[in-house]
Design a protein around this ligand. Sequence first.
Ligand SMILES: N=C(N)NCCCCNCCCN
Ligand SMILES: [Mn+2]
Ligand SMILES: [Mn+2]
Length: 283
Amino acid sequence: MLLYTYRSFDMELPTVSIEEADYVIMGLPFDGTTSYKPGARFGPVLIRQATLNLESYILDYDVDIAELKIADAGDVALPVNVEDAIKVGIEAIKELRSVNRKALPIFLGGEHSMTYPPVAVLKPKSYVVFDAHLDLRDSYQGSRFNHACVARRIHENGVEVAIFGVRSGTREEVKYATENGIEWVHARDYNFDAFVDLVASLSEPIYVSIDIDVFDIPLVPETGTPEPGGLRFWDVVNALEWLTERKNVVGFDIMEVSGDKLGNVTSITAAKLLFHILGMSSR
Ligand SMILES: N=C(N)NCCCCNCCCN
Ligand SMILES: [Mn+2]
Ligand SMILES: [Mn+2]
């Protein structure tokens, strides 16, 4: 057991120890800067519990993820202040990597501000994010580390940023993207070819973040800042399959899953996505 984490819910999958794992799941339960609907602090537990609904055999890949070496590091005990939470998150992920540097980490949010710690530790060259929002605000509701600012903080650290599924942002965010060469694709213009055209030239390694609100609202009614007109489930899975087949991906996260009811729709969507990420990454 790691110093910084606690057990919140044990998945049915036969998990192995962190030391022997090829894949490690870690929860980042935080919603301290959520601006509309709170509840993402329950995301990690909701996602784990929703996995009970799913077959571990992934038809698409002929892979049974119950046969994979998956560890669950538990959830990081995060303080309520976002900058303190980022610091603790960084320490917890550093500790995780000190125990096992080879395993592919998959982080479960928690609001999108908690994508900053994994990226700070893993130091990818590029950040590929699926999101209804640009997340390029310089600050929001009094914090430069608000969930609406995470992509900008990551870009300021010299990471290339590519955003897919966008349909919400401000004029200032669009101006920042244009002036800084940040490529983004509006949800209404999204298609597989547009995705490949954009990511094919990105530097590696790549960190992939899925803000669950990238999907259309019927798939994700329980999320902090829902937006209509989102992507379909297979749009994102097809893109992730392309990435995992051709690029060096150092980590994933699934963020902004929210709610207070076990088995809610959003958590089932997130759990299915988690199983697909594990299955495609094992091929
Ligand atoms: N990245 C995000 N999730 N951004 C959410 C911003 C919420 C915009 N509220 C607008 C309020 C205007 N009165
Ligand atoms: Mn986001
Ligand atoms: Mn979003």
